[in-house]
Design a protein. Structure first.
Lengths: 112, 117
C-alpha cells in the first residue's frame, strides 16, 4: 500500500473551512484514497473516499489532484466537534485482506 | 441500527493473566477486523476475518494472541499470559464485502481499554 504523508497538526477557527492535505506520491492506478477520523476516546469513523474524481458527501469534500499524488480533505464549516485526528489512507480495492494501514494522521484542533 | 459493540469497555488485569475481549459486529457484515492502539500511537492491524475464508493473522504480535469468530458473527480476541506492553485500546471493526471491487468502509466499535498491571 502507498505511503501517505500528513502534517502532524493543524488549527482551524470555528465556522471556517478546514483543509487537510495528504501526499501520496507513490499511489498506484487502482488505489483509492480514504479518509477516517478519530475523535478522542472513540473508534475511527469513515469520512469519505475517492479514486480520481472529486467527491462530496454530507460530512466533507475530497479533492484529488489530476496526477493523484496528493489530496485535500475539506470540512466546509468546521465545528468544535470536528476536533479529531484525521487519517489519510491509500489502499487497493480488492485483495487478500482489507486491513487499513493507519499512519500518524493530522490532529485538527478547531478553535472557538 | 446498532453499531459495532465491544465488551468490556475497560479491563484491568494482572501480568500473566489471560483476557478475552468480545466484539459484536453489525448484523450482516461479513468482514471483521481487530486493531489495537497503544497510548499516543496510531492503529495497528491485528487480524481479519472474512466469511469462511482463512483469517489474515499477519498482524498478531505474538503467539499469545489469538482470535476466533464463531458462526460468522461474534468474535473473541484472547491474550494469554498478558504483559504490560499489551496495554492498549483494542478496537474491532466490521464491513460488508461488496463485489464492485471498492474497498468498503469499516465501522469501528468504541474499543476495549486494556490495562495490564
Amino acid at each position: 500500500d502507498a505511503k501517505t504523508t500528513q502534517p502532524t497538526s493543524m488549527d482551524c477557527a470555528e465556522g471556517r473551512a478546514a483543509n487537510l492535505p495528504c501526499n501520496h506520491s507513490t499511489i498506484s492506478g487502482n488505489e483509492y484514497v480514504y479518509w477516517y477520523r478519530q475523535i478522542h476516546s472513540q473508534g475511527p469513523q469513515y469520512i469519505i473516499h475517492g479514486l480520481k474524481n472529486n467527491e462530496t458527501n454530507e460530512m466533507a469534500s475530497l479533492i484529488i489532484t489530476e496526477d493523484r499524488k496528493s489530496s485535500t480533505l475539506i470540512l466546509p464549516h468546521a465545528t468544535l466537534r470536528d476536533t479529531a485526528v484525521y487519517y489519510c489512507i491509500v489502499r487497493a480495492p480488492a485483495g487478500a485482506t482489507n486491513k487499513l494501514i493507519f499512519g500518524t494522521g493530522t490532529l485538527l484542533a478547531v478553535q472557538p | 441500527g446498532a453499531g459495532v459493540s465491544q465488551s468490556p469497555s475497560n479491563k484491568v488485569t494482572e501480568k500473566g493473566k489471560d483476557v478475552e475481549l468480545r466484539c459484536d459486529p453489525i448484523s450482516g457484515h461479513t468482514a471483521l477486523y481487530w486493531y489495537r492502539q497503544s497510548l499516543g500511537q496510531g492503529l495497528e492491524f491485528l487480524i481479519y476475518f472474512q466469511g469462511n475464508s482463512a483469517p489474515d493473522k499477519s498482524g498478531l504480535p505474538s503467539d499469545r494472541f489469538s482470535a476466533e469468530r464463531t458462526g460468522g458473527s461474534v468474535s473473541t480476541l484472547t491474550i494469554q499470559r498478558t504483559q504490560q506492553e499489551d496495554s492498549a485500546v483494542y478496537l474491532c471493526a466490521s464491513s460488508i464485502l461488496r463485489t464492485s471491487g471498492r474497498m468498503n468502509e469499516q465501522f469501528f466499535g468504541p474499543g476495549t481499554r486494556l490495562t495490564v498491571l
